[in-house]
Design a protein around this ligand. Structure first.
Ligand SMILES: Cc1ncc(COP(=O)(O)O)c(C=O)c1O
Length: 344
């Protein structure tokens, strides 16, 4: 059997030998007591990278996002976000359950907030209304096929929100992909928002870990929430060392993942039977059958039969994601077999 090419997500990567060596030799301490030097180094480096005061290392992007919301709002507040974003769809309603927050989903185009409709989404002060407290954006956008949030639109959202004293949170689980794609420095994105979730366990190839970056007061509150939720970790420098390794070695190479995704996208486009749901901008390819009655289940089984795994988003939508463990030879194999299967 040929090696499996796993395109279900960029979370499937396995830490490399070099990353494991960095982990094995990490200096550690009890991080709940503030004693882990490697975690401190990672948090300080990420705060600098985003141009912010502080950061807190957490187990997952989901925890980072919920900490961001809980630390910048009060129960009963409202959060404006795009209907297709990760926070609204894939975080098990954590903001509502844990923070008593009401989410106000908006129908934007391709994961972007509809700027013209934003004014009407902010609640005027009135005894009947929840208080609009925060606007959340996602960059790159997972369900919009890894789309990069256009910088000028982000500036417009940020200006709009800040003029109304609303906080802005960016789910930047894949912000490194956005920055590599646009060549816009990460701190320029950071300057537009009040808090950022950044993940190491996706394109950057770490086994675990995300970080929330913001001002010092917000991070103090987030640290307290992290402990309350059981996310205080002890000698966790062993994981933070993987993240530091990834920052040094795995950021610039994201461009290779983007090129590989574009090559898969080109195969889909050429097939005639399937079309891209979104243009491929970074490492995510989402596509659907042209035939309005066709499903994707048979395609998923056929490609699995030749050792290629993809994620069925729904019966009519499939996702393929490139990452550190998808090699040039894998893409050549895909270029060899996928056209035939798509046209079958
Ligand atoms: C955009 C985005 N935000 C947040 C997350 C959550 O990350 P985690 O799986 O580490 O909780 C994901 C996961 O894929 C994601 O794609």
């Amino acid at each position: 059997m040929e090696r499996i090419i796993d395109l279900r997500s960029d979370t499937v990567t396995r830490p490399s030998r070099e990353m494991r060596e960095a982990m094995a030799s990490a200096e550690v301490g009890d991080d709940v007591l503030g004693d882990d030097p490697t975690v401190k180094r990672l948090e300080a480096r990420m705060a600098r990278l985003l141009g912010k005061e502080a950061a807190v290392y957490v187990p997952s992007g989901t925890m980072s996002n919920v900490l961001a919301l809980l630390s910048q709002t009060s129960p009963g507040d409202e959060v404006i976000l795009d209907r297709n974003c990760h926070i609204f769809n894939y975080e098990v309603g954590g903001a509502a359950v844990l923070g008593g927050l009401q989410l106000f989903p908006m129908d934007g185009e391709g994961g972007l907030l509809p700027i013209d409709s934003l004014p009407a989404a902010v609640r005027p002060a009135n005894i009947h209304h929840p208080r609009t407290a925060l606007v959340a954006v996602e960059n790159t956008h997972n369900r919009a096929g890894g789309r990069v949030y256009p910088f000028d639109q982000l500036e417009a959202v940020s200006r709009f929100a800040h003029e109304r004293r609303l906080r802005v949170h960016m789910d930047g689980a894949r912000l490194a992909n956005a920055s590599v794609k646009t060549a816009i420095a990460i701190d320029r994105y950071g300057a537009l928002v009040d808090s950022v979730t950044f993940c190491f366990s996706k394109g950057l190839g770490c086994p675990i870990g995300s970080i929330l970056v913001s001002d010092a007061a917000t991070i103090d509150r987030a640290r307290s929430w992290r402990k309350r939720l059981g996310g205080g970790m002890r000698q966790v420098g062993i994981l933070a060392a993987a993240c530091l390794y990834a920052l040094d070695h795995n950021v610039a190479r994201l461009a290779e993942d983007h090129d590989k995704a574009a090559r898969i996208g080109a195969i889909i486009e050429r097939s005639g039977k399937y079309r891209l749901t979104f243009p491929v901008e970074t490492n995510i390819v989402i596509f659907a059958p042209v035939d309005p009655l066709a499903g994707m289940g048979a395609l998923e089984r056929s490609i699995r039969g030749v050792g290629i795994l993809a994620h069925l988003i729904s019966e009519r939508s499939m996702r393929m994601v490139t990452h550190l463990d998808v090699q040039e030879a894998d893409i050549e194999r895909i270029e060899g077999v996928l056209p035939r299967i798509l046209e079958a």
